[in-house]
Design a protein around this ligand. Structure first.
Ligand SMILES: [Mn+2]
Length: 403
């Protein structure tokens, strides 16, 4: 049986689980059990394992759940697995199922059949005074948010549910060396794709050909999920922030905005480049706007350092765009991790170990183009490292690449 997932050493998952219960105890002033729900078969195949379950277990099985019970002296960490229906095996393959092999593979204290989940959660919550914790996000809902809502509807009398996410983000915001290594790998894959595709835009000819070529590069090493579907917007398409269509021909001699990213070990890259399709920044207006966005991107890189607040960092970086009379349409930055928009506490100042995007942009639908330049930064002890530095972005470097 091949056990998939597990991009981290088992000790890392165990350390994270211990940290999760400590964070919850700190936030709610008492120990509470934590329940995390994984993606079902369809979601997992089309998208990916839920990042919260992934973060604490590395489990890649469909319909899994994880219960951390600080009141269970024998078995704090229980992974619940669904063996699936035998009739489905010929369709979807054999599942890992509960038992000793699963327990050992994931380094948990117990691996039980999913059927036992409800009874175990009720028991754990009762021991904790009628309360347990789950994760939910309202802004970017996913598997956890749905599961949270479902459990809330089912809750037996006297049980209460609290949102663990604001506590747990304080773990996910800081990447350890293994996580940073995966980020570097995802970025290297993305770099390879962009460096192959940018010099042959005219041959590719359409947004969909560019998106497909990038997707082939990003999935070649592991056939893993993309960080998100590529955004490939020619001319006016580049002025739509999350342009979803990728279905137009590349307008000759006009700007093309490409926002895309591979994943590695589940960790995301998130890179945007805006280039003229013919490889020359010879349109004066485009070049003027491009240089302004690049200036802001470079200010953000130079000012990113431990201790600076998001507000100060963001304000300083956007200032030239504001001063030039353009509108600011979005934030400067988001955390990146297992989620491309990784959950985080944005009241916390920048600190070592954070991986963040740096993505100023100007969008001019009336002029038929948009410019965004997006890099990924790792905050270090005395500043930041631009993880995407090998992907060209100055006018000279891009013109050289596309010649
Ligand atoms: Mn981004």
């Amino acid at each position: 049986m091949i056990v998939r997932g597990l991009s981290m050493p088992l000790a890392t998952y165990r350390r994270r689980r211990t940290g999760a219960l400590a964070q919850i105890q700190q936030r709610f002033f008492r120990p509470l059990p934590l329940l995390l729900i994984g993606s079902d078969e369809t979601t997992l195949r089309r998208d990916r394992q839920d990042p919260w379950l992934d973060y604490y277990s590395g489990c890649a099985e469909p319909d899994a759940a994880l219960l951390l019970d600080p009141f269970d002296p024998d078995a704090r960490d229980t992974l619940f697995l669904d063996p699936g229906h035998p009739d489905r095996e010929v369709w979807d393959g054999k599942r890992l199922g509960a038992g000793e092999a699963a327990r050992k593979a994931h380094g948990v204290d117990r691996a039980l059949d999913l059927k036992e989940l409800h009874a175990r959660v009720e028991r754990a919550a009762a021991r904790a005074g009628g309360c347990f914790a789950m994760c939910t996000r309202t802004k970017e809902p996913g598997v956890q948010a749905q599961a949270y809502a479902t459990w809330q509807r089912w809750l037996p009398q006297g049980l209460r549910l609290v949102n663990a996410e604001p506590a747990l983000v304080h773990q996910r915001m800081y990447k350890d060396p293994d996580e940073i290594a995966w980020h570097r790998k995802a970025i290297a894959i993305t770099e390879k794709g962009l460096k192959d595709v940018l010099p042959r835009l005219r041959d590719l000819g359409t947004e969909c050909a560019v998106a497909s070529a990038l997707t082939a590069h990003y999935r070649a090493p592991a056939y893993g999920p993309l960080a998100f579907p590529p955004i490939v917007g020619s001319a006016l398409g580049g002025a739509t922030l999350h342009y979803p269509h990728n279905d137009q021909p590349l307008a000759e001699r006009r700007p093309l905005l490409i926002d895309s990213g591979a994943t590695a070990g589940g960790y995301c890259a998130d890179v945007t480049r805006t280039v003229p399709v013919h490889g020359r920044f010879d349109d004066a207006r485009f070049r003027e706007v491009y240089e302004l966005v690049l200036k802001c991107n470079q200010i953000a890189r130079k000012t990113a350092r431990p201790g600076i607040s998001r507000e100060e960092w963001t304000k300083g970086a956007w200032q030239p765009i504001i001063d030039a009379g353009f509108v600011r349409h979005h934030g400067l930055s988001h955390h990146i991790g297992l989620d491309v928009h990784d959950p985080a506490d944005y009241d916390v100042a920048l600190a070592p170990g954070m991986v963040l995007s740096n993505e100023p942009g100007i969008y001019l639908p009336d002029e038929g183009f948009g410019v965004r330049i997006e890099d990924d930064l790792l905050i270090t002890a005395d500043g930041c490292e631009e993880l995407t530095a090998a992907i060209p972005k100055t006018v000279a470097a891009l013109e050289a690449l596309m010649k």
